[in-house]
Ligand binder design. Sequence first.
Ligand code: GLA
Length: 387
Amino acid sequence: MKKLHFLAVITVLTLFVQCTSRPADTTEPSAAVIDTTALKAAYEATVNEKQVHLYILRNASGVEAAITNYGGRVVALVVPDKNGVMTDITLGYDSLNHYRNRSETYFGALIGRYGNRIAKAKFSLNGKTYQLSANNGVNSLHGGPMGFHNQVWDAVQKDGHTLELSYTSKDGEEGYPGNLTVKVIYTLTDANELKIDYEATTDQPTVVNLTNHAYFNLNGQGDTTITDHMLTINASKYSAVDSTLIPAGDPVTVEGTPFDFRTAKQIGKEINADHVQIKNGLGYDHNFVLDKKQANGLEKAASVYSTVTGILMDVYTTEPAIQFYSGNFLDGKLIGKKQKAYGHRSAFCLETQHYPDAPNQLSFPSTTLEPGKKYQTTTIYQFGVQK
Ligand code: GLA
């Protein structure tokens, strides 16, 4: 009798374990590298009365992007290396709380209302001066401390490939005029592209410059450096900056300077050169003006590959410029995913954009958005391997 009872208990327990270990959502693609269930749990929260989640996009060849609607941040991007090893190439944290506790970091985030810097945190539009939050010395950086990177976006995952995010930035938020309605669509295509479509409309004249601030390391996130990567930027001019990283007038030629990446060059080759602009940027932290065949055309802007993993990333954009930042402010103090300390120059960013400080430097392509007009840009990060 006792034996029968024991067998019954074992059977019930076995059934229970089988049921609970089944994935909660069986319609979801099985994740090759990302532990979907565990990772999603680390992002479930209510912030400012809005629900935060993690969304997983996956394509036919197993490339995965994990994106949270907190700041629209790409928290993982897993692509194959030259041996087919799936590798996470973006810096970030292991949970939502880490992002919230380090709100001054931009890992993987959507940036707005204005990417990069606005001098002295103010600008004038139609005769009125607007005071922004100064969060980078006297300047405003990346939309201010409560920029789009720290806001909860509304999210709709259309299918396994597409995530649509929306956010309404209220008139006066971080000092900017006008209610701005923003939509960003992330699409992971079967051609191994992470495509980002940005749209915005406003009810008052305002300024807009949206971008994504992914930090990449094509050796794999947490690797010590990116100075061994080979970089090409399709730009004959760049913005020289003052010591606070504000463009000092019109763009200048890259010819004969460490800023000439028109043919592939190791990032580290001249990163410590005795050049005033390298000193001002503490390395590379500059706006490169793209050589475009057609203004607003979706054209190749840059290409980077790792000589270690062979992972290759091509960047295409409709934007006129790109900020190349070589991770100069990373100093090993931030501990990221898998307990990796993110050291000096252990990541690079290629932020497609209009020029920094355009609202104050009227010879730059305009960033003003008028009511009735639509802001629309596209950027694609495409992955492959360098043969
Ligand atoms: C941009 C800026 C850099 C730095 C990073 C974030 O790339 O140009 O100066 O602020 O963002 O740390």
